[in-house]
Design a protein around this ligand. Structure first.
Ligand code: CA
Length: 231
């Protein structure tokens, strides 16, 4: 089975040249020319590795990375402009596996791709147990790797946003999360929509979980936000 690479790069010349070289090397390549498209393609989980430019229209590479890392550990190599030291540092901080400075020699890129893929196989293979990917609250259980939620034996169907909200609350059990914090973690700091979106999504979650299974899981803390209390 061939290795699938997603190339998120808005400069058409670089994108086309890189694609040609990667395909020549035997990789399967798909391209996105802006951050938003790139992120949704990357979130599909269909790729073995992501090449991510930083200066992108719609959503910056940093923001794509930040959002992607909430749900995926796919290897990411950042494509940075020459001497953009800050970009490299924050890229690595935010969970990029490596970076390469443009313009790059294709041989160097190929070498870095091989290293990143090898590293990913090592950390993925037998090591990560099911336990590590599981967030549990009584009967409620979330598998963060498989993106599934169950209550007892019953599967609960959540949207991506509902899943992220529940995950954030479960990861911070017994900590009261303010609306602002939830908004930032689940919707991103540049979210421009209604601020009551958090309340709306808590309502969705309650109607899918608390109401169905007759257990109060998400508690409202008046004037502050929400919490899943520790059992
Ligand atoms: Ca660019």
């Amino acid at each position: 089975m061939s290795v699938k690479i997603l190339l998120i790069e808005d400069e058409e010349k670089i994108a086309r040249f890189t694609e040609l070289e990667l395909v020549h090397e035997g990789y399967e390549v798909e391209k996105a020319a802006d951050g938003r498209t790139g992120l949704s393609m990357a979130e599909s989980g269909a790729y073995d590795l992501i090449l991510l430019d930083i200066m992108l229209p719609e959503l910056s590479g940093m923001e794509v990375l930040r959002r992607l890392r909430k749900t995926s550990q796919v290897p990411v190599i950042m494509l940075t402009a020459r001497d953009a030291v800050m970009d490299k540092v924050s890229g690595l901080d935010m969970g990029a596996d490596d970076y390469i400075t443009k313009p790059f020699a294709i041989e160097e890129l190929l070498a870095r791709i091989r290293v990143a893929l090898k590293k990913a196989v090592k950390t993925d293979a037998p090591a990560r147990s099911d336990q590590e990917n599981r967030l549990v609250y009584g009967q409620l259980s979330m598998d963060t790797a498989r993106h599934t939620v169950t209550y007892g034996d019953t599967a609960i169907d959540l949207t991506k946003r509902e899943f992220l909200l529940l995950r954030t609350l479960l990861e911070n059990k017994s900590i009261v999360m303010s609306r602002d914090t939830l908004l930032e973690r689940v919707w991103g700091y540049d979210y421009m929509g209604e601020t009551n979106v958090v309340d709306v999504y808590v309502y969705y979650l309650r109607s899918k979980i608390d109401d169905v299974f007759g257990e109060k899981i998400i508690h409202t803390v008046r004037g502050i936000g929400y919490v899943i209390k520790d059992k």
